[in-house]
Design a protein around this ligand. Structure first.
Ligand code: BTN
Length: 328
């Protein structure tokens, strides 16, 4: 899409975000385009799983309006917090925030940065799955950071990030959020958020982390119908009136703290809080490995992040695998 079309789409979305009806004529005038061009732009954003009403004689409306992510506000707040994540780009639509960040990193290596998007056309989940990313319904962001740690020291990193996310979100959601090893966030055993950490570098000294986070906020049933597992939204758990902007800011500030803690002490500082946060602690689970599966009771994590299962052959530790709950 050309920069001009992108700007027009941004303008159009900002206008419709108020939840009011806007006539095709008034939009065309403001964007300085024809009414046919307005219709085409509306078609385009409707493809992003954004519901737009068209009523003859009244115009276009986004029912209930939208609370959009605010790049300037986020930048200001991060500057006030002396955060190193002040290079933050808030995009309307992108293939994947992870891919955008990787491309930015090639151009400007070494600078910590964040990319947030209202919509992803090719959001990526773990194990090659797609991450469904309807417009402005959820949070999708990636953080790029360089650490003076080799790849071999990153074993517990994605757990540490997951714990930081869960602890931060629990401040808004009354401690209802738990973790499934290694780093899925769950509410009542339904998936609330996922993390995809991609690391590159050398084994001993240095690494670049691309930390991708997707959090369901207020996704409608129709928007999430292609998701192949039970899922939950964050908004309905929040007691206070809190916005996606507030939540994103709190998450970025706390992830930065978690990265600093990990850099100093590795995962060992996090390990003590795992049992309390784990959705599967002392529950019967199966761990699915490439060529086999093992049953056991989850009994915590090692100080390097490995999962501990009590099995018929004693306690065994696992560094990778997919965990599922066993119904008794
Ligand atoms: C998972 O499968 O649980 C991980 C999901 C990670 C999704 C996020 S959304 C932001 C970032 N961009 C992507 O394409 N993926 C991650």
């Amino acid at each position: 899409m050309s920069i001009k079309s992108q700007q027009r789409i941004d303008q159009l979305i900002r206008k419709l975000a108020d939840g009011q009806f806007h006539s095709g004529e008034s939009i065309a005038e403001e964007l300085d385009v024809s009414r046919t061009a307005v219709w085409k732009l509306i078609q385009k954003i409707s493809e992003w799983q954004l519901e737009i009403y068209k009523v003859r004689g009244r115009g276009y409306q986004i029912p209930k309006g939208l609370e959009l992510l605010q790049q300037d506000w986020l930048r200001d707040q991060l500057a006030k917090a002396h955060s190193k994540f002040q290079h933050i780009d808030v995009l309307t639509s992108v293939t994947s925030t992870a891919d955008y960040l990787a491309a930015q990193w090639k151009k400007h290596p070494g600078i910590a940065r964040v990319c947030v998007a209202e919509h992803q056309t090719a959001g990526r989940g773990r194990k090659g799955r797609a991450w469904i990313s309807p417009f402005a319904a959820n949070l999708y962001f990636s953080i790029g950071v360089e650490l003076p740690l080799g790849l071999s020291a990153l074993g517990g990193m994605s757990l540490a990030i997951g714990m930081s996310l869960a602890q931060t979100l629990n401040q808004f959601a009354c401690d209802k959020i738990k973790l499934k090893w290694p780093n899925d966030l769950l509410v009542d055993d339904k998936k609330l958020a996922g993390i995809l950490v991609e690391a590159s570098g050398d084994s001993n000294d240095n690494s670049f982390l691309n930390i991708g986070v997707g959090i369901n906020w207020d996704m409608q049933l129709a928007q999430g119908e292609k998701i192949d597992q039970p899922w939950a939204n964050l908004k309905s758990l929040c007691q206070q009136d809190v916005s996606r902007n507030d939540i994103l800011l709190a998450l970025l500030v706390n992830i930065e703290k978690a990265l600093t803690e990990y850099q100093m002490n590795g995962f060992s500082g996090f390990a003590k809080d795992w049992n309390h946060l784990s959705a599967m602690y002392l529950r019967p689970v199966t761990i699915h490995l490439p060529s086999t599966q093992i049953e056991g009771i989850e009994v915590g994590v090692e100080s390097n992040g490995a999962l501990r299962l009590e099995t018929t052959n004693g306690v065994q530790s696992f560094h990778s695998g997919e965990v599922s709950l066993r119904k008794r």
